[in-house]
Design a protein. Sequence first.
Length: 278
Amino acid sequence: METRFNELKTIVERAWEDRTLLENEDVRAAIRATVDAVDKGELRCAEPVDAERSEWQVNEWVKKAIILFFPISKMRTMLAGELEWYDKMELKRGFAELGVRVVPHGVARYGAYIAAGAVMMPSYVNIGAYVDSGTMVDTWATVGSCAQIGRNVHLSGGVGIGGVLEPVQAAPVIIEDNCFIGSRAIIVEGAHICREAVIGSNVVITGSTHIIDVTGDEPKEYRGYVPPRSVVIAGTYPKKFPAGEYNVACALIIGKRKESTDKKTTLNDALRDFGVGA
């Protein structure tokens, strides 16, 4: 973290412990300055510390500033032609200057960072989120608060990326560079999808989802974590209940994306390598 943010961090941490300090205009200004830095991509709710090993750290104080931004902001009516909203947060503006293509009705909240070269179809990006360059947020996809989306990611139509604002120590959802997330997939509860992974349509990954690698002689299980270049589809596993044995939803790792494969491959192409349709 840059030294220029140290003072902001100190003020935010004090205000977090003593909410009466929110009456102080200097404290309010520090909170606003922190959120503005998040909006510009200068600060992040989480950031990689070792990209090769997919290791990240959570910046708790930044998440605290976003939470404190709500009580110091006033509700107001916002109009866009005949459309009306009533909320505390401004909408993100100036997309042309930012170099971001936004198709009507793509909406991002102030405090979300969207890098030049990203594309938003009619979709939604919440405060605290980070969307890197070359990424497509496709139609009706949602990116929750503080979610971290890498470069050249494709979030297909209807994808739901969960927000993790609280508890502040919890890691947000992380989608690393060059991932392809299939339509209607749901990734929530701080799940971590490592670089170049392919997530099939309708796959649901939570913090407790059984993610089972079935490529070896014995299954290997993960929770809330998909290793780099994994190809993942929706699956089930048997579980016994008092009323009998039933199949429970899980996610199956059926192979690895080849290094030679074009990183912008389609979902169908990636799954076809393993004899599975999208």
